[in-house]
Ligand binder design. Structure first.
Ligand code: AMP
Length: 392
């Protein structure tokens, strides 16, 4: 696929600088969700098995180039040690000698790369400094690959490099969903606003067979067709853009599935009184908060004939019940088809993962990307600098 994996590298006796994403949630000085740490374990285990010494490079929070004690990576050490089942040596101010002095089977963690302003500026001096610490660079942080930083691209250009297990898994799953997918492909694009998803829609129209548009952004499309959406979230100023997207889709033979019925309420709160109406019958004082059951049936039918589904964004205001109904029902159907072996389902983006977790189906999808921004940029068809650097 153009990049090397750990299998292609000779790591015996080598120091392997390993970019990981362990930007985990922390409360009261403790890691509250270890998912990101669990997902880098195969890479670290395999580097050690090949005789390499992993030196973890990672960012944590947004310290903006300054030392911020609460953003020290020290907080991750107990969880790293528990997940990896071995001790972790923390080096605050790394140099090659202290890395060489650590035991040969050690896992080394160095301090938050973003404590230096040179990281986000991708200052060549930082890339060179990082390169001086190791022999090989392994990038296992797909979720940071949309940023050209010293620890994602600068150092990659200076050392023999490869993708880690998680990175390779992500790239493989994404390639199978959009690069050379089994057709027909259905994309689900939901969420609040069209304005944040214009590039996404533009790219998908050229690549997929059907796009399901849901969530607040569907309201903009309904309004652009002359439908009164009452007090719904709606970007009225994007009516022309929405019409252009629909015309482009038609020209490219990409079907667009918009809601035909909707769930409306007068208040944006859990348990608000609600009713289901036709998509063109939203009362003037109400707002659309979810897709209705007929729309869900149409989405499920599209999944039934599809071979691949790629999903970003909820179909409604999924954080407040009962406006999670359409997202949950459609997600469960995608999961059921996946389990039955008729569908490849790939999803990503922060809200999407939360929505699928809430529907209780995250484990049944073929692949859930651990990345937010990087997943979106990849779906938009953009080149991710961290991935491009592995090709060089
Ligand atoms: P995004 O961050 O663009 O993916 O949008 C996700 C957010 O869109 C979630 O917080 C949802 O609650 C919200 N959302 C989805 N559908 C609607 C809707 N019909 N009205 C208002 N907010 C919505």
């Amino acid at each position: 696929m153009g990049w090397k994996t750990l299998d292609d590298m000779d790591l015996d006796g080598k120091v392997v600088l390993t970019r990981v994403d362990i930007n985990v949630p922390v409360e009261g000085g403790k890691v509250t969700d270890a998912t990101r740490i669990e997902r880098i374990k195969p890479t670290i285990t395999d580097i050690l098995a090949k005789g390499g010494k992993p030196v973890l490079l990672a960012h944590f929070g947004r310290p903006k180039g300054e030392y911020v004690p609460e953003m020290s990576l020290r907080v991750t050490i107990p969880t790293l040690e528990e997940v990896l089942g071995r001790s972790v040596t923390f080096i605050e101010r790394p140099d090659r000698a202290s890395i060489d002095a650590a035991p040969s089977d050690a896992v080394i963690l160095i301090e938050n790369t973003r404590f230096s302003a040179m990281e986000e500026a991708n200052d060549p001096r930082m890339g060179q400094f990082l390169a001086s610490l190791g022999d090989v660079f392994c990038n296992d942080a797909f979720s940071a690959a949309h940023r050209a930083h010293a620890s994602t691209t600068g150092v990659a250009e200076l050392l023999p490099n490869c993708a880690g297990r998680l990175m390779a898994e992500e790239l493989g799953a994404l390639e199978s969903a959009l690069g050379s997918p089994e057709r027909p492909v259905v994309a689900v694009v939901g969420g609040a606003k069209v304005s944040t998803k214009l590039d996404l829609l533009g790219n998908l129209i050229e690549k997929v067979d059907t796009i399901v548009i849901g969530g607040g952004m569907a309201n903009t499309f309904l309004a652009a067709q002359g439908i009164d959406v009452g007090k719904s979230l709606c970007e009225h100023d994007l009516a022309d853009t929405a019409r252009e997207i629909l015309a482009k889709a038609e020209a490219q033979n990409c079907a667009i599935l918009l809601p035909t019925d909707v769930v409306v309420a007068r208040e944006f709160k859990a348990g608000a009184d609600n009713e289901t109406v036709a998509a063109d019958a939203c009362p003037a004082d109400a707002m659309i908060l979810d897709a209705g059951p007929a729309t869900v049936t149409a989405i499920e039918a599209a999944f039934g004939t599809a071979k691949t589904v790629i999903w970003n964004g909820p179909l409604g205001a999924f954080e407040i019940e009962p406006f999670n109904a359409a997202t949950n029902a459609a997600a469960r159907q995608a999961a059921a088809f996946t389990k039955a072996g008729t569908l490849i389902s790939v999803a990503g983006g922060g809200d999407t993962v939360a929505a699928l977790n809430q529907a209780g189906v995250a484990d049944d999808f073929t692949y859930i990307s651990s990345a937010g921004g990087a997943f979106l940029e990849w779906m938009e068809g953009k080149t991710l600098p961290g991935v491009a650097a592995l090709m060089s």
